[in-house]
Design a binder for this molecule. Structure first.
Ligand code: SF4
Length: 296
């Protein structure tokens, strides 16, 4: 059972717009995440090993959000709202709670553009609202060149269902995400992929990258953001421990490589990352999938 909590703020203003995610604001309707990815950067003792058990619903979210959006709209401060940054806005509980849907209704009313980042096909339920936001939202003046006011990004670390279950045990099957992306593209939305984290030696190898970029293109993606993994912490609920355990269990042949990369560091070395970015850039060129959201 989720906990129900009250909050004092829902709309977070970002300090600086990320060049990939184009976030002026972020909104997280839930606290914690039932998708339970081992590599998740919010992991740690606060949410425990099974993050689904520590999920919270922000029950006063919509009342707080209405006040915050009204104040921003009065000052004509509409900007892209990312849903979500530290949870997934389309967790299974959203089917019943409809909190994300309520957030979208308010964003429509106050004319804020939206960037959805999700692993869930449940986003398809809200295409009606997203279509209306796409027609009527106000873009920030320095983003006037964009033709779309809604971006829908699907998050993948793999398209292989077995690897997906190993590292994202609570998340929807990658094949369902691909089909949902196709449906968004068919409905005319600007849609693409957040390809992170790529798992060293497992999903960042050339044949996997080629397969993924091909599948993304075939399913309507217009862009792909590729990035390697960052692992944190020494505690039993921390991402570094959980990913190393999974590698030991499922990919023992790569364990020494992982220990070499991560025992004393949180991210891959600069040279490793450069080689990965070069390999991803080659696939991006091959499949016309740039690492930025196109203007049209
Ligand atoms: S879907 Fe995102 S927020 Fe949720 S567990 Fe996975 S990485 Fe973390």
């Amino acid at each position: 059972m989720p906990r129900y909590i009250t909050v004092t703020s829902l709309l977070n203003k970002t300090k600086k717009r990320d060049p990939w995610f184009l976030d002026d604001y972020t909104i997280n309707p839930y606290s914690g995440c039932a998708f339970n990815c081992l590599y998740c950067y919010i992991r740690g003792s606060k949410y425990g090993i099974n993050m689904a058990e520590k999920l919270s619903v922000k029950e006063n979210a919509l009342a707080i959000l209405r006040r915050q959006l009204a104040a921003r709209a009065r000052k004509q401060q509409q900007g892209f709202v990312v849903l979500s940054s530290v949870t997934d806005a389309y967790l299974p509980i959203e089917e019943k709670e409809q909190l994300t849907r309520g957030v979208l209704e308010l964003l429509l009313e106050y004319r804020f553009p939206v960037h959805i980042i999700t692993k869930s096909p449940l986003v398809l339920r809200d295409l009606d609202l997203l279509r209306r936001i796409n027609e009527s939202a106000i873009l920030p003046p320095d983003m006037a060149q964009y033709q779309h006011k809604v971006f829908i990004t699907f998050s993948f670390s793999t398209i292989d269902p077995v690897i997906g279950k190993q590292f994202e045990p609570g998340a929807p099957d990658p094949a369902k995400r691909l089909l949902a992306m196709q449906a968004c593209a068919d409905a005319g939305f600007m849609t693409g992929v957040s390809l992170m984290p790529l798992l060293p030696f497992i999903t960042d190898v050339p044949e996997q990258l080629a397969r993924m970029y091909a599948a993304f293109q075939q399913h309507g993606a217009r862009y792909v953001f590729p990035a390697s993994i960052t692992l944190w912490g020494e505690g039993e609920a921390d991402s570094k421990q959980l990913v190393l355990q999974a590698v030991a269990q499922y990919y023992p042949q790569h364990l020494t490589n992982y220990q070499r990369l991560f025992t004393h560091n949180n991210s891959v070395p600069a040279a490793y990352n450069s080689a990965l970015q070069a390999a991803a850039a080659a696939e991006a060129t091959r499949y016309a999938l740039p690492a930025q959201i196109p203007f049209v």
